[in-house]
Design a protein around this ligand. Structure first.
Ligand SMILES: Nc1ncnc2c1ncn2[C@@H]1O[C@H](COP(=O)(O)OP(=O)(O)OP(=O)(O)O)[C@@H](O)[C@H]1O
Ligand SMILES: [Mg+2]
Length: 273
């Protein structure tokens, strides 16, 4: 099988200071990789590097990030704009923050789609409402006409995931997409991302502090500590039998899950951080 994205021996520095050190991993279509590690371990930096979002001080100083034959840190701004959103989507902790507060959701989605060449506003509205319906919204038209402040934080996050899927990206980079939400909405956002994978074969890189979310969603798992990879492999193996002392400590700090057949809803509810 071919890899959708491949990080090869990636080092990243800010102002000459190394914060990500020799990280390698791959994702195939539809695969979900969970990245865990303490605050400051370089998780967001790893995601930002794929989209050229490291800012003026950040630089990939070694290694490659391959996406369909392109080495992402090296592509020019035009290529990046074409890929960002359309092929590699991104969801942040508070998607609401990426909406402008004074324009409706619909207006902003129309602009986003027009920037990628979809300028038939009526068609965009229709497809967006269909996408909202697929993702379980019962009043798609109302969401389309709403200002972001008229939606709850959880709804904004779910709208953010649905909007990111309009361009059917091959990969979704999700940085703490459930952290700011209560457990019920966490579960809905997780279901939404799993549905995106099921409907569109989207691969997802998911950064989270919540081991319950990893347990519920991830096929593979990467444990970061101070910019270095502690462990990488099938999530269920690492969760059941962590090899590195750091991962053992990380997992030991998580409240024990009750044994249950209730699935991930229970898992998430039991160890929401
Ligand atoms: N723009 C920046 N300029 C300088 N240093 C930065 C910048 N962004 C991040 N850093 C540093 O890089 C390191 C990794 O940061 P990063 O945001 O990737 O961590 P993280 O694992 O996502 O943490 P958290 O769980 O708190 O979100 C940290 O030491 C951070 O201070
Ligand atoms: Mg972060």
């Amino acid at each position: 099988m071919t890899d959708i994205i491949r990080y090869e021996h990636v080092d990243i520095s800010y102002n000459g200071q190394l914060v990500v050190n020799d990280i390698s991993f791959t994702l195939q279509a539809g695969e979900i990789l969970g990245i865990v590690g303490e605050s400051g371990s370089g998780k967001s930096t790893l995601l930002k590097a794929a989209l050229g979002m490291l800012g003026r001080d950040g630089l990939v100083t070694r290694g490659d990030i391959y996406y369909r034959g392109l080495d992402l840190p090296d592509i020019n701004e035009r290529e990046r704009q074409k890929i960002s959103g359309a092929e590699i989507g991104m969801i942040f902790q508070q998607a609401g923050n990426s909406f402008c507060p004074i324009r409706t959701v619909g207006t902003q989605i129309k602009e986003m789609m027009a920037a990628h060449g979809y300028d038939n506003a009526r068609l965009v509205e229709q497809e967006t409402c269909e996408m909202f319906t697929k993702f379980g919204f019962t009043e798609p038209k109302r969401i389309w006409q709403s200002y972001p402040f008229e939606l709850s934080g959880g709804m904004q996050q779910r709208v953010g995931v649905a909007a990111a899927m309009l361009l059917k990206p091959k990969i979704l980079l999700a940085d703490e997409p459930t952290s700011a939400l209560d457990v019920t909405v966490q579960k809905q956002v997780i279901e939404e991302m799993l549905l995106a994978r099921e409907l569109f074969g989207t691969a997802i890189i998911l950064v989270t502090h919540n081991i319950g979310v990893i347990r519920a969603m991830a096929d593979t798992m990467l444990v970061l500590h101070q910019g270095k990879m502690q462990e990488y492999g099938p999530a269920k193996d690492i969760l059941a039998n962590p090899q590195s002392a750091y991962t053992q400590k990380l997992l030991a700090a998580v409240p024990k899950l009750r044994r249950s057949a209730a699935g991930y809803g229970q898992a998430v509810a039991s160890c929401a951080s």
